[in-house]
Ligand binder design. Structure first.
Ligand SMILES: [Mg+2]
Length: 373
């Protein structure tokens, strides 16, 4: 029993399904509603491939190579990297598939008219820059002001892999919802407007019974990874993160193997991959997409057509939320990325400063519409 605890959300597998999308032209930017943008051509979307199928059980060989490929694919270090894309996909065609949410702002606003916008924001790489030391991933005062303003007009949630308390220390806004540990730990606003009736500040903790196990694996990984310079282990309460953004790429394979060997002793935990981070989580089926659905339900929008959820994130783990929005046919996802990536998001923004501009424009637009009433 060495493999049951390993899963990744996506893989550069080479196994794919071909789909054809309808033709469009340069009028795309003036006529599109915020749905998956259509563009000419035929492209390949790789199928999901659970990592356990790549795992042959021993140390080294194909298994390690597969891990390192995945680590590279999810952690591009060069702007021009297209490691996770089909060969014929380039930056320009990717931007046609996933145009800038700033360029498409008017269309987005038109599509949201008459509906309640609910804002979901990832933290690292979305509101704060990705930095070498995750403890130093501070958001700027300008970004904090933009998020605070958004929360004045729209229910707003931070959805993060980090533990709720830790992200709160960065964001410092009591008027938001916080879904920490990939949504396994959800808390409502401590002040300001509450969209959910009653005093339900702690709304949900999906995996309380796993807390002692998480603590144990955290301590073991802390010890084991001491031999890998730059590796940083973080206890995020309901999950453990092993950051490798400061680890020499030559040591990634050994680090991944080390983490997997520890995980073999914990079949109720699984391993997934984020942006320059390996994450250990309970095997329960809970992710950022489930957190999004839970919050929409808590806010009273479970079966409503009058809601327009917007989810902004930069990470592989945000894809679960993007997929939920696609399946619901409501709102849209925005991927924060400078490089083309396979994504279920409809739009893109390049970096946190663009996220801030998008949030500001949303607030400005709302203020203008309120004045006009
Ligand atoms: Mg992120």
């Amino acid at each position: 029993m060495t493999n049951q605890n390993v899963m990744v959300s996506d893989a550069k597998s080479g196994v794919g399904v071909a789909i054809t999308v309808s033709m469009s032209n340069s009028s795309l930017f003036s006529s599109m509603v915020p749905k998956p943008p259509a563009t000419p051509g035929r492209f390949i979307i790789p199928r999901k491939k659970p990592l356990k199928k790549l795992d042959t059980g021993g140390v080294g060989g194909a298994r390690v190579n597969a891990w390192v490929d995945l680590m590279r694919a999810s952690s591009p270090t060069h702007i021009k990297s297209t490691a996770s894309l089909p060969e014929n996909e380039d930056q320009n065609s990717w931007m046609i598939h996933h145009p800038s949410a700033l360029h498409m702002f008017e269309q987005i606003i038109n599509a949201s008219k008459g509906k309640q916008i609910v804002m979901f924001l990832d933290y690292d790489g979305t509101l704060s820059p990705i930095v070498e030391d995750p403890d130093q991933a501070f958001m700027s005062n300008e970004m904090r002001a933009a998020v605070r303003d958004v929360a004045r007009y729209f229910p707003t949630a931070i959805v993060t892999g980090r533990c709720r308390d830790k992200v709160y220390k960065f964001v410092k806004l009591a008027e938001l919802y916080y879904a920490g540990s990939h949504g396994m730990d959800i808390k409502g606003p401590a002040k300001g407007r509450r969209y959910i009736k009653g005093d339900q500040r702690v709304l949900f903790q999906a995996a309380s019974e796993f807390l002692p196990m998480i603590e144990e694996v955290y301590k073991i990984l802390l010890e084991k990874t001491k031999s890998t310079p730059g590796a940083k282990v973080e206890n995020n309460k309901f999950c453990v993160s092993v950051h490798f953004r400061c680890v020499d790429e030559k040591k990634w394979a050994a680090l991944a193997d080390q983490v997997k060997l520890v995980l073999n002793e914990f079949p109720k935990l699984r391993l997934s991959q984020g942006r320059k981070v390996l994450e250990i989580r309970p095997t329960i089926k809970w992710d950022k997409g489930k957190a999004l659905e839970f919050l929409l339900e808590s806010l009273g929008y479970a079966n409503s057509n009058d809601v327009f959820p917007v989810y902004i994130g930069d990470d592989r783990t945000d894809e679960d939320a993007f997929k939920v929005l696609r399946n619901r046919g409501q709102g849209f996802g925005i991927l924060v990325s400078k490089v083309p990536k396979e994504t279920s998001a409809s739009y893109s923004l390049q970096e946190p400063s663009e996220v801030m501009n998008f949030l500001r424009r949303l607030v400005e637009c709302k203020r203008l519409s309120l004045r006009g009433q």
